[in-house]
Design a protein. Structure first.
Length: 405
């Protein structure tokens, strides 16, 4: 299994790495939140380019984004201007990437993924559409953060130079030959900007809000953790392009309705079947009223596919969504783009593992409560006797359990 104990803990470090930590901040800005918002923006930019008739390599976009997230975790707190200067010196940058790969290779423990990671780390800079989307999303998400940081540091003499540099980088993607339709719409404050802002605000919503924890985790960061776990779980399967795309973005968007409902904790949601059903209906209604009007009409059904009944396996046959397939059935019969397959149960396993990790790491750091302990036990008990044919999730939970003993 690619998603092993060491790799998962490396991913979780994204919640600890602080951004803009040389500035006064109204809240923590973490690396995992940044990458989550960046990928949401990349999704928006990619959809606009597809709408214009261009081809986006979504598999490459997902893989490059996951690998870059891992690299940023390893190199941790190198400021962007310093990192850009390092990249200009090819010999030094190669040494840095050698360090990154040496740190990750034994954690990934998969020959194929390690080979792909090597190709990514030591490649020449790409200039194709997919890479432009990733780079533009990176810059815009940094600019989004900076607008908040600037208000907390109004008299900082570097504000003007940082803003000018970020705006110049963004401007590159409004002009030929790098022009991206979505960036122009974001700068012009079209309605899609409201959607990007709503998603960005999920970093303000702290999970387990009633329970002291270390580290605190946001809804936005949790979505990225789930999406990344889904990526590594799905990588264990034979997958068509649409299957990886659907699984990953379902993981990334699965908590999108919380932008308008806030994070209602699972014990409350599950307190009764009637209440759980009511919450689900309210999420749908509020999403229709407050989220979907801000995205292009022809994207809405896809976002609903990701956010409604998100933990069910699905395919589409004759324009009708069908549920109830096993992962094996999807692999054997429906593993083709034409069926639009989505492994909702993989998203559920990743979601519950991410919640378990949030409790486990706090307990392991010495901050625990009855709620954290009981939640960790409840989640792990679901999987300690579970046999999932392509994911050895039972062994994974056993390893975490041993570390607390």
């Amino acid at each position: 299994m690619i998603a092993n104990f060491e790799l998962i803990n490396e991913l979780f470090r994204g919640f600890h790495i602080q951004r803009w930590n040389d500035r006064v901040r109204p809240m923590n800005f973490t690396e995992i939140d940044k990458h989550s918002h960046k990928l949401i923006i990349a999704y928006v930019l990619g959809k606009y380019e597809e709408k214009a008739g261009k081809s986006v390599d979504w598999e490459k976009l997902i893989q490059y984004s996951v690998f870059e997230f891992l690299r940023r975790i390893v190199i941790s707190d190198i400021k962007s201007p310093i990192y850009r200067e390092i990249k200009k010196n090819k010999a030094v940058f190669q040494k840095l990437n050698e360090y990154v790969f040496d740190h990750l290779k034994d954690k990934i423990k998969n020959e194929r993924i390690n080979k792909e990671l090597v190709k990514y780390l030591f490649r020449e800079e790409d200039d194709d559409l997919t890479s432009k989307i990733i780079n533009a999303a990176h810059i815009y998400s940094s600019f989004w953060e900076f607008q908040i940081v600037r208000t907390s540091n109004p008299n900082n003499f570097q504000n003007l130079s940082i803003e000018t540099e970020l705006l110049q980088e963004i401007k590159k993607y409004t002009e030929s030959p790098n022009e991206l339709i979505g960036i122009k719409k974001l700068i012009e404050r079209n309605s899609i900007t409201n959607f990007v802002d709503l998603c960005g605000q999920l970093r303000f919503q702290i999970r387990w809000a009633q329970t002291p924890r270390v580290p605190q985790t946001s809804v936005l960061g949790h979505m990225m953790m789930v999406a990344t776990l889904v990526y590594f779980f799905t990588a264990d399967l034979q997958f068509c392009r649409k299957r990886m795309y659907n699984n990953f973005f379902c993981g990334l968007f699965h908590d999108l309705p919380e932008a308008v409902t806030r994070d209602i904790i699972s014990p409350v949601k599950k307190s009764s079947p009637e209440f759980d059903k009511l919450i689900s209906e309210l999420e749908k209604t509020l999403a229709e009223q407050e989220i979907f009007p801000h995205v292009e009409p022809d994207w809405r059904e896809e976002l609903k596919y990701f956010t409604q009944n998100e933990f069910e396996n699905k395919i589409i046959v004759n324009n009708t969504i069908k549920t109830g397939q096993t992962n094996s059935e999807i692999s054997e019969k429906y593993n083709k783009d034409e069926f639009n397959p989505l492994d909702g149960n993989i998203v559920r396993w990743a979601d519950q593992l991410a919640a378990y990790l949030e409790a486990w790491h706090s307990i392991n750091n010495g901050i625990k409560s009855q709620e954290l302990v009981s939640s960790a036990i409840s989640i792990s008990n679901k999987y300690l006797n579970s046999d999932i044919n392509f994911i050895d999730i039972k062994t994974l939970y056993k390893e975490y359990q041993k570390k607390l003993e």
